[in-house]
Structure formats: C-alpha cells, structure tokens
Ligand binder design. Structure first.
Ligand code: PLP
Length: 470
C-alpha cells in the first residue's frame, strides 16, 4: 500500500505540506463590501507558511549534492523556518542548528528543540553587520561545521520559487482565477514575491499589497529607494532591517505600514470572531486586507490574504493580557463593567438615571433632557422591570399629548440585560452588539448603574481598540 493524496494517505508528513484551505472572513471585515478570503497556512504540519520552503530548500541542497546523509542544516530564523526545516530534517535524518534572536517567543524555541534541533539564541537589536547578528552567527556555524549547509532563506532563490510553484497556483485554483488582490507581509519576501509572480502571469491586473510593521525598512525603501534606519517592533516573523534578495519589489504595487497594536488586536479578533487562531503577523496582514477591502468597496472583487502561522506560538505574548498591558497594547486596568462605571462617575455622570413605573412620562423626558441620555431603566422597588427610550416616549406624546401626565410604566419595553461588575469587554461587547443598546450593572446589593453602547465605544476608542475615522 502506497501513499495516495486523494485518499488522505501519505508516505510521510512532508507530503501533507501545502494545499491549505482558503476561508472567507465574515466578521472582522465589519462593514466592508469587498469579499476577503484567508489562506490558512497554519494547517501545514509545522503550523506556518515556512513549511513550504523548509522542504524545498533541503531537497534543492540534496539535488545539488550540497547535503548528504549525516549532514547538518543550519539557518538564522525567527523560528518558523526553523520548524519547517526541522520537520524535513527529522524525516530525512539530518541534524539542525538554528540561530534565533532572543526577541522570538519561547514557544518557538521550545518547538524547534522538540523536533531535535540545537538552538543558539542571539541578541536582538544588533544590526546586520554585527558578528552577533543571527544571520551572521548561522553563516559562521555553517562554515565551521563539516557537511553543513546554510538554508540562507533571505538570499536563496528556492524560497520564492517554492511559492511560485505551490502557494500561487493554489490561490489561483481555489478562487477559480477570480482573485483580484493579494495581501501578504514580507520578511524574506519569498511568499509574496513567488505567489505574486505566478498570479500576475495569469492576471496582470492583479494588485499586490504588502503589509509592513512600523519600524521595518521595507515600505520606506519601496517609496524612496533609501534603506532607512529601522526601529524595534514586537510583531514577529515579518518586516526587516535589511533588504533580502528574495524580495521582488517589482511585483508589489503598494506597501501599508501597520503598528504592533493594530496587528495584535486584529490577531485577537481573528481568533475570537473567526475562530482562526492567528499569530501577530497574520493580524498585521488582515488589518491591511480589511483596510483595502473598505477602500476597494466592490463586491465583485476578491481579496486573498494569508494566515501565516498559528497563535499557539504567542500564548505568552499577544494572547497574554499581562504582556499586552506591560507593552501598552491593552489598557492598564482590565476594563470591567465596574471600571467603566467608575470612568463614567469620574466624568461626572450620576450613578443611575432611572424612573419608577408610576412616574409621569414628563418626568422621564425631563431626565432624558437633563442628562443627555436616550434611554433608561424602569425600576420598581429596586427591581428592573422595563426600559424606556426617548424615541418611544416622544412618539407617544406626539400621538396623544395628554399622555405626558400618565404613568411611564405603560410605555416601557423589555428590561435591559444585567451583567455583573466584573463582566469583561468580551461579555459587554457580546451583550451590546445585539438587540439591547444598554446593560444594567448589578450585584447582590442591587443595580449599580447603566452602561450603553456609547460608553463601551468610548472605552474602545480611549484604549485604542478602535480608531475614529475607520
Ligand atoms: C509568521 C510569519 N509571517 C510571515 C512571514 C513572511 O514570510 P516570507 O519570509 O516568505 O516573506 C514569516 C517569515 O518568517 C513568518 O514567520
């Protein structure tokens, strides 16, 4: 019995690399009318897009006689290429040695070691000319190790070639040739250059948009031809402080800069709203794809972007609220319902604006006018029994003015849902993104206050989770 892909039967795990799914994004696109599809490279056995080049680079070295049984594979990597190389080396019986900058997550370093690789951790923040730079450390190890090959992903033409032969054709087939825009984020540039070259050969009008972290030199170089200085940034696996030969600027039409904060917040949204467990660079890519989708604003277009690695590699970082707070990516105090009420109180708002069912409608309209609110709960002996809105009260009084003097209870609608003081933003978003435009915050002592969609939006603005103006 031999392997048979059509039956899902494979000779080795290496045969499962590629043919990753293309999934529509439904919620993180918010109101954009242009369809956005994501190619989920975390379905590769090593969990990232780099599995494609790991195997290709090793097979090329074997074909060219540079790698023989008992040989060693060496590379400077952010981690994912290390995993891709380590999987192929594990199956083929080669030793691996990787130089990995200390900036990279512990999960990545532990993972390549799990596949049997040896790791040399190098300092972050040293430039490409420094002997301690991870690329230079790897080059030195390869030169000093008999039978070793340097994968050299930033200068190895096999890298973009692998995406020209696999990623590009898969996207073309999976979209029936309908793809109009490709969005990715380069590090070596192999993914975006190889895939774009293939797709542009079939559709010269295809637009290629590259995302670039604030701090990387690519976007500036694309705009001016000047290699800027670069600055540190937290997103891993994308951007660069040097220009690799594997990045073909000629197939890229535009660069968009993205902050760590926007990248990490979109990665968390992908996981929580699409169920796609994503790393920070995927958040960066999807942030660009959604901005582009809004700008293109055309339901007949088709944007394809990439989820380049799994979020599992970042549990101690972007998925760790403490780490996010330490790095000013999340508000210092967790935004519970009680904290938002406190913010309202600090801004001078009274704790609770409410009416009793027997109060006249006029009393309700007075309170609405005095406190500039548009709704409030109806509370009877401490119990929330309904809610009234300005719109409904106004309409009733216009229809029958004498109703101003009648009990407001008769115009009440369903009570606002109640949440406990420690309700977190996810719970508040859930409650306030449905029918009800307000919630009651209550505990065993009673009703503590009201939070509206406006209050939550104000908080999201102040914590940078959303930006005014789209
Ligand atoms: C998570 C992640 N995203 C994106 C990329 C960029 O891919 P490429 O090197 O093909 O430009 C990498 C590359 O290491 C990566 O690790």
């Amino acid at each position: 019995m031999k392997g048979d892909r059509s039956l899902g039967r494979f000779e080795t795990v290496l045969d499962t690399i590629g043919d990753t799914p293309l999934i529509r994004l439904n919620r993180v696109t918010d109101d954009a009318r242009t369809p956005v599809w994501i190619k989920v490279e975390s379905f590769n056995p090593g969990g990232s897009v780099k599995d494609r080049i790991g195997l290709a680079i090793i097979e090329a070295a074997e074909r060219e006689g540079r790698l023989a049984p008992g040989g060693t594979v060496v590379e400077g990597t952010a981690g994912n290429t290390g995993v891709g190389l380590a999987i192929a080396a594990a199956v083929k019986g080669y030793r691996c040695v990787f130089a990995i900058p200390e900036k990279m997550s512990a999960e990545k370093i532990r993972m390549v070691k799990a596949y049997g690789a040896e790791v040399v951790v190098t300092p972050t923040g040293v430039g490409p000319d420094d002997p301690e730079y991870y690329g230079n450390v790897a080059r030195r190890i390869a030169e000093e190790t008999p039978g070793a090959v340097l994968a050299d992903q930033f200068f190895n033409p096999v890298n973009p070639e692998a995406h020209y032969e696999t990623t590009g054709p898969e996207i073309w087939d999976q979209t029936d040739g309908q793809v109009t825009h490709l969005v990715a984020a380069p590090a070596t540039g192999g993914t975006i250059s190889g895939a774009a070259r293939f797709l542009k050969e079939r559709n010269p009008d295809l637009q290629v948009v590259a995302g670039d972290p604030v701090g990387s030199i690519f976007a500036g170089y694309f705009a001016t031809g000047e290699k800027g200085g670069g600055a540190p940034y937290k997103v891993e696996g994308v951007g660069n402080d040097k220009i690799p030969s594997t990045l073909d600027f000629d197939v890229i039409d535009e660069f968009m800069k993205v902050s760590d904060r926007d990248a990490f917040h979109m990665a968390r949204r992908l996981t929580r709203e699409e169920g796609l467990f994503a790393g920070g660079s995927s958040g960066l890519i999807v942030h660009v794809a959604v901005e582009l989708a809004r700008r293109v604003d055309d339901p007949t277009s088709c944007i394809v972007c990439l989820l380049t690695d799994t979020g599992e590699r970042y549990l101690t970082k972007l998925y760790n609220d403490e780490w996010m707070r330490e790095n000013q990516m999340l508000p210092s105090t967790p935004a519970t319902a009680a904290a938002l009420l406190e913010q309202k109180r600090a801004a001078g708002a009274p704790d609770l604006i409410a009416v009793a069912p027997s109060d006249p409608v006029s009393r309700g309209l007075e309170l609405i006018d005095e406190h500039h609110v548009s709704q409030m709960p109806v509370i009877d002996n401490g119990n929330s029994i309904g809610a009234v809105t300005e719109a409904k009260l106004m309409a009733a009084v216009i229809r029958r003015p004498e109703q101003l003097g009648e009990p407001i209870g008769s115009l009440a609608g369903a009570p606002f849902p109640a949440v406990p003081p420690d309700a977190d933003p996810t719970r508040l978003t859930h409650e306030l993104s449905r029918e009800s435009s307000a919630v009651l915050v209550a505990d065993a002592t009673g009703i503590l206050g009201v939070l509206t969609r406006y209050d939550l939006f104000q908080h999201m603005l102040s914590s940078g989770e959303v930006r005014s103006g789209g």
